[in-house]
Design a protein around this ligand. Structure first.
Ligand code: HEM
Length: 339
């Protein structure tokens, strides 16, 4: 069925606009994990004890005999931010859909944003119904990190082409980077375990992980040492090869972020895990994910982003014809979205 004519008149969003939405998505997907940590360290986890309503009978905070007003407002604000993330996700999809040429890989990655928001809204509801049990909060956090990673892939995909990924480093180093992504996931999970046994539960009645914090913090630091070892090895291997300057920049950004986050982790551990440092540490975890995604994407090339002649940048039938030709190429070359 042909699209209504007003749709065909919508101008193609520029790559710069698409990238701006993708940057907003990275900030929103990572940022909501930080605001979630603020809910936890202020003890507002059950500030809204029901979901989707805040308290029985009201979507918004109201005076309640059992729940402090401040806790209701902190939790309610965090829930409202889901709407902001949702709007940004929708903008990513719309700009990918209306861009000419329409690019399948960019559209698929953009679609993961609203899907992620829905999934996180459901998980958030389950977390509340389970009384913030520690493992459910961890799942909620880890999904946010996956969405941050996907938002970074979206950002990268918009500015690059759709050719099959051509490694800019030897294949063994791509494998090393892939292994680093796995170890980073373990590092984040180990951090969640420390939190689950630590002092900031989110609510006084939250079921906790009953293991010694010091042992879990040691495990967390040990996984970091493995990650650091791999990062240093990657650096030496990159030195031995003809590494593009842009990739070096990403490598050094990664070193700076990981060392900063590690130092912050030590300080928060030695100072009794103060609330403010916990939220900064969650922010730092998001930055490490962003830096790793940038390093991963910077290690391969997919050619330049495809463009159409200026007259075909409105969604006219001509542009559609060009798009169909482009999509055929996309489908062939789009072996993987993940790379
Ligand atoms: C690149 C390095 C690091 C990353 C990516 C990282 C990541 C994380 C993550 C994701 C959490 C869980 C946050 C939450 O669930 O709210 C966490 C918690 C924690 N991390 Fe790290 N971490 C790093 C290094 C360190 C180091 C070196 C230490 C020192 C021992 C440390 C100490 C802690 C502590 C004490 C917590 C618990 C905070 C709480 O009770 O809420 N971290 N970390």
């Amino acid at each position: 069925m042909p699209a209504p004519s007003w749709i065909s008149r919508i101008p193609s969003p520029s790559i710069a606009l698409q990238r701006a939405f993708a940057v907003a998505a990275v900030i929103a997907q990572g940022g909501i994990a930080v605001t979630g940590s603020i809910v936890r360290v202020t003890g507002s986890g059950l500030g809204c004890p029901t979901w989707p309503q805040c308290v029985d009978g009201s979507l918004t905070p109201v005076e309640h005999p059992d729940v402090a007003g401040l806790h209701q407002w902190v939790e309610f604000t965090n829930r409202t931010l889901t709407g902001v993330v949702g709007v940004i996700a929708a903008l990513c999809v719309l700009s990918a859909y209306f861009h000419r040429p329409r690019r399948r890989r960019v559209l698929v990655l953009a679609l993961t944003m609203p899907i992620g928001v829905v999934v996180q809204a459901v998980i958030g509801g389950v977390v509340v119904h389970l009384g913030l049990v520690w493992w459910s909060v961890s799942v909620h956090f880890l999904v946010s990190m996956v969405l941050t990673w996907l938002a970074m892939l979206l950002y990268g995909a918009i500015g690059e082409g759709d050719e099959p990924a051509r490694p800019l480093v030897p294949r063994a180093l791509r494998s090393l980077e892939l292994a680093m992504v796995g170890v980073l996931a373990l590092l984040l999970m180990a951090g969640n375990l420390v939190t689950s046994a630590g002092p900031h539960a989110g609510d006084a009645k939250t079921p906790r992980l009953h293991l010694p914090v010091s042992n879990l913090a040691q495990l967390h630091a040990d996984v970091l040492f493995v990650f650091l070892g791999m990062l240093v090895a990657l650096g030496f291997a990159l030195r031995a090869h003809d590494t593009p300057t842009a990739l070096w920049r990403r490598y050094w950004a990664m070193i700076a972020v990981v060392l900063g986050q590690g130092a912050l982790g030590m300080v928060q551990y030695l100072t009794g895990i103060p609330e403010v440092l916990v939220s900064i540490h969650v922010f730092g975890a998001g930055l490490v994910v962003v830096a790793m995604a940038a390093l991963w994407q910077g290690s391969r090339d997919r050619g330049p982003a495809p463009t159409l002649p200026a007259e075909a940048t409105v969604n006219t039938d001509d542009a559609k014809d060009a798009t169909v030709a482009e999509q055929t190429t996309d489908t062939k070359s789009d072996a993987t979205v993940a790379g």
